[in-house]
Design a binder for this molecule. Structure first.
Ligand SMILES: [Zn+2]
Length: 453
């Protein structure tokens, strides 16, 4: 690492881990944070490179607990290289690689390979998640101790729920000693069997089979009971229903060691987006009746559920925002809604989409940044997600007034499966710094877009 010295001056520095929210300068040297100054000088000390962040927000780099990198095995959808580039574009300096790759990350050999290639080829930090069960088949526990020794930050069969309650109990029990969370995809597939979107009026109008909210709440309730029984750490991924929140609140109040995440899309899009009209409800349903880029698991829920998860993030009942970035090839989405793959491409739109809730006064900007930085870092128990002295210089500069129209064709991701295509968002990451080096700069993107014309 070069001995780069960098001063980011005059921005509104928000670092929830330290309770910092003030106009200040961030000084960086040798890839580490040196100091967040008391006020701003407006200029860089001698020998420092300078970023003028006046009018901007300066935050710790974002930390994602839920990313699907598709590498190894489905490199036509995403790779470690393109996925980490997409992450940097979105302001993320740490992402967690879900194990549903091919082969599955259920052995030290596969995890070691992902870690080695991430360190060599990745633009930012990649933390692997190990599988709960061999092959994510839900039959036999993966070698959890071996995976922990390899450096996994938790265990998940994401995509597949652990349906066998006894296996889930065993996984939770073993995880206690390892000190790592179990992240169970919370869905009772039998309750939602055959469903492709949330049950409700939209599903009925479109003639699509619906998944009731209880498919999630039933599994959340089971997992909370097992976490209470085993005193293990449970992390609930992509929580999406008001009913799950009732169970989550009760469990937290009774001392269960549980945390929960929500995705940007479950915070901002309802099932009305399935119509493909950016949330507008049509008077008649025509031949182009739906947008397969809205197909995701758990499905986009009712507006009431969306309001409930927004309130839960705002008050801190839901601990963090995680992307569930799930890139898919065009062939997985240019098809009928029934045939389409589940998943939304999120890394590059995550911050901007949720920032609309800040502009609407529903979530404070400090809480939003906390849910993307110190929140996930606390769950990971790692020294990241803050601008504390000596921490890795992972920093994001955000322009809260910058407007942009989402164009997936310009994504760094290999895939373009975003329902936000063509939508104008306000608030954008303009610079991402990882270990003191600039890994994304919006002016480079604008310059190259100009050069193409
Ligand atoms: Zn999942």
């Amino acid at each position: 690492m070069a001995a780069r010295k960098l001063a980011i001056t005059g921005g509104r520095v928000i670092d929830p881990a330290q309770g910092i929210d003030r106009i200040a300068d961030v000084l960086i040297s040798n890839g580490k944070i040196d100091e967040v100054t008391a006020g701003t000088t407006g200029s860089a000390p001698d020998g420092y490179e300078h970023i003028d962040a006046s009018g901007k927000i300066v935050s710790p780099g974002f930390v994602d607990l839920h990313t699907h990198l598709r590498d190894p095995g489905q490199e036509w959808k995403e790779t470690i290289v393109t996925g980490t580039r997409a992450a940097a574009f979105g302001g993320f300096t740490t992402i967690s690689a879900m194990p549903n790759t091919d082969p599955v990350q259920d052995s030290a050999a596969v995890v070691d390979d992902v870690m080695r290639r991430s360190a060599a080829d990745g633009l930012i930090r990649v933390l692997p998640i190990g599988a709960i069960s061999i092959g994510q088949k839900g039959k036999q526990l993966a070698p959890m101790g071996e995976l922990a020794n390899s450096g996994v930050i938790g265990f998940s069969d994401d995509g597949n729920p652990v349906t066998d309650a006894n296996l889930m109990r065993q996984a939770l029990s073993y995880s206690v000693e390892l000190g790592l969370p179990i992240i169970n995809h919370a869905e009772d597939k039998k309750i939602g069997a055959g469903g492709v979107m949330s049950a409700g009026t939209v599903a009925t109008r479109l003639g699509l089979a619906g998944v009731p909210a209880e498919a999630e709440t039933a599994m959340v309730a089971r997992d909370l009971n097992l976490a209470a029984l085993t005193k293990a750490r449970l992390h609930i991924p992509h929580i999406s229903t008001a009913g799950s929140l009732i169970a989550l609140r009760t469990a937290k109040e009774s001392g269960v060691d549980v945390t929960a995440e929500v995705t940007p899309h479950h915070l901002t899009l309802s099932d009305e987006w399935v119509y493909g009209l950016k949330g507008v409800v049509p008077t008649t349903v025509g031949p182009e009746a739906y947008d397969t880029n809205t197909k995701v698991n758990p499905p986009l829920r009712s507006r009431a559920d969306v309001e409930a998860v927004i309130d839960a993030v705002s008050e801190g009942l839901i601990d963090i925002i995680a992307t569930d970035h799930a890139p898919h090839a065009a062939t997985d989405k240019v098809c009928t809604y029934n045939e389409a793959a589940h998943g939304i491409n999120v890394l590059e739109t995550a911050f901007s989409s949720v920032f609309q809730l800040v502009d609407a006064g529903k979530i404070s900007v400090v809480r939003l940044i906390e849910s993307l930085t110190s929140g996930p870092a606390t769950i990971l128990r790692k020294d990241i997600g803050s601008l504390k002295k000596g921490f890795s210089a992972d920093v994001v500069v955000i322009d809260p007034g910058s407007k942009w129209i989402v164009n997936p064709e310009q994504f760094e991701s290999k895939s373009v499966n975003s329902p936000l295509a063509g939508v104008e968002l306000t608030g954008r990451v303009v610079t991402t710094i990882y270990q003191g080096e600039t890994v994304f700069d919006l002016s480079d993107v604008v310059a190259s877009a100009g050069a193409k014309q």
